[in-house]
Design a protein around this ligand. Sequence first.
Ligand SMILES: Cc1ncc(COP(=O)(O)O)c(C=O)c1O
Length: 414
Amino acid sequence: MTALERSTLAARDAADPLARFRVLFELSEGVLYLDGNSLGPLPRIVRERVAKCVAEEWGDGLIRSWNDAGWVDLPTRVGAKIGMLIGAEPESVVASDSTSVNLFKVLAAALALRPERKVVVSEKSNFPTDLYMVEGLSELLGQGHELRLIEDPSELPAALGEDVAVVMLTHVNYRSGYMHDMETVTASVHEAGALAIWDLAHSAGAVPVDLSGAKADFAVGCGYKYLNGGPGAPAFIYVAPRHQETARQPLTGWFSHKAPFAFDHRFEATDGIKRFLCGTPPVLAMTALDAALDLWSEVDMRVLREKSVALTECFIELVEERCAGLGLTLASPREAERRGSQISFAHENGYPVMQALIARGVIGDFRAPDLLRFGFTPLYTRFVDVWDAATILEDILRTRSWDRPDFHARAAVT
Ligand SMILES: Cc1ncc(COP(=O)(O)O)c(C=O)c1O
């Protein structure tokens, strides 16, 4: 690659219709942030809105802010904003709890809708919490539910027997970035008489999603990745309107009660999607997510997807050209249509290589046993960032500068 080619990428940045969004984030000079698929950076508006919430709504307003500042409506207000990004029908998404807890709720609801069937189908490579939640719930139910794991998406049709109640898949795989065809898969799940639960942790804000068009039954996802809601941000939960009257979730806290402030000792579920809430919303965290979501009102998801594909194509091309023979193997689908907004490369020394990259300001992450994972977030990642990251990666591999004892020492979070 030559300086001229970097300038070609700079020209793409100059023509990028999303370029104006970058200044809306607090990004330090000298940092190439390629981990927005794990934790989105801080949107400037979030700093302001959270400070205002702390000082005015909490500090001055005190308990009155539950009504006056609309705190009590945060789960539905935030849910509606997320719903716009994932093709959800109105009033079918709420923000609440964590993705894991929301998985528990939708799994329990879906299994109760298919009482004669005892199998949950998922992928062995699914994010572990998804599988753990099935295990825990099955144990609690004590009805002999079974988790049937496929090794590859092509095995799904064969796994769809008459005993299958639920198919629970992560739309974009957290390791490889493989993206399922949600509409086709959901149709085959329905044809088999089962229900489809989609985990959108790596999809919401990353790729266009059309839950309604795909006729998805349930979905969950994270607020802290591509939605930039901050560390540990509230998650979200989607229930198709056709299930909202019949579906029941077991975490029947007072926020899912018909009249929480009637303080009745008996539980009576409220109507609609609010039935999937549980307890008091974390107001500061909800406020951060609420503010971060305002960035999306002017984003055209088709334009975002076009840039995401261009960034990931560019990264694959540059890395494969410059790092040929240096031990990297592409671990993401080569076909852009089957890929989310991340690229993973396997390397036998993936951990120290990632530490060396981070030390040089290229922040991605590592997933055991050998994956270097890079997220490409079109709202703030530039084409020149891709060029610079590939250049630094090549240098680290050629000089073996990753082979230092401190880069081999494993931290708790990788
Ligand atoms: C696919 C997927 N599901 C769920 C989670 C995490 O869930 P929680 O927010 O409950 O920790 C992650 C986290 O990275 C994920 O990648």
